[in-house]
Ligand binder design. Sequence first.
Ligand SMILES: Cc1ncc(COP(=O)(O)O)c(C=O)c1O
Length: 372
Amino acid sequence: MKVDTFLVEEFMDAWEHKVELNIAETCVAPFKLNEFLSLVGEEDYLEKLRDLELTYGYPGGLPELKEAIAELYKDATADNILITHGAIGANFLTFFSLVEPGDTVVSVFPTYQQLYSAPKPFGAKVKLLRLKEENKWNIDLDELNELVDKKTKLIVINNPHNPTGNVVEERILKGVCEIAEDVDSYVLCDEAYYGLWLKPEYAAPSMVDICDRAIVTRSFSKSLSLTGLRLGWIVADKEVIKQMAPHRQYTILSCSILLEKLALLAVQNIEKIYERSLEIIRRNYEIMKNWVEKEPLINWIPPKGGSTAFPRYHLDMPSEELAVRLIKETGVFIVPGSSFEIEGHFRVGYGNKTETIKEGLRRFSEFLEKLT
Ligand SMILES: Cc1ncc(COP(=O)(O)O)c(C=O)c1O
């Protein structure tokens, strides 16, 4: 079965591990295992796991983990949750379970490419809802209304949004939900960056707490800094979760119970983790904001959440050339707009170590100065 080239992953695979300073990182500085265990006050946790039998996990995921995750939502119970291999596994399972030939999937664009490319092999016609810079990357509900029809199975959105860092506010989320109700479709809301609000007033509700049609996917990778666990989850109506169960058996069977135990610790201590994450992204964001403000060739719609932004640059140069030259001449890694099928932009991330961001931006400035 043919799939579209996954542009952002292809560019990252080619360069990410060869560069000196990654200022495009999307995960908030991943924990070292020791650091994580001491943050949650469980320094000797691995000792406690010595007797754990390394057998298959549970169908749907470790029950205590599902219960702890359910408590993050207004009305959820463990029956509303499925544990997956990352948000990428959660999104894939959603498409694999629900999308059939002849369905339409309407997805925001640009976004994490999986969200609009992965439904195609299942036979969906994918329509793109183009987010525009002049509309501050917001969803235009009238345009969404024009794109949906009776064949629409899923409306796909991403909040907070990769790559722009926009946060869709509650009023618009409710509007998306109403449109889904009108055409009897689901809303897949990828909330991989949930909880990363640059100011408390930017916080948005989880789609599943305000919309019966919502299927929400989440990740341990981004806001929770536990990327190496490769875990995520789905929260949705019980009937939808039941419908996904056989598809999960065919693809996941079970996640690692060892890693699910660590994930449980994370969910039980989620406020401490958010505190660390918010401190990192808010500090780094200020550095990036000051940089953008003083660079004459760069401007942006300031992000409101997540860990990424999508600045525009004013140079007569394709974005891939800009990114590759920056890597080769300075060792600094950004992701070109071309990886999101949009020219004139690049993605930066402010979840990484502060020193990396400071030095990366300093070298980026030198590079730009030489060009002018
Ligand atoms: C919007 C979005 N969804 C899903 C993923 C995949 O995340 P995970 O590491 O949880 O599989 C990413 C990764 O960059 C992402 O940006």
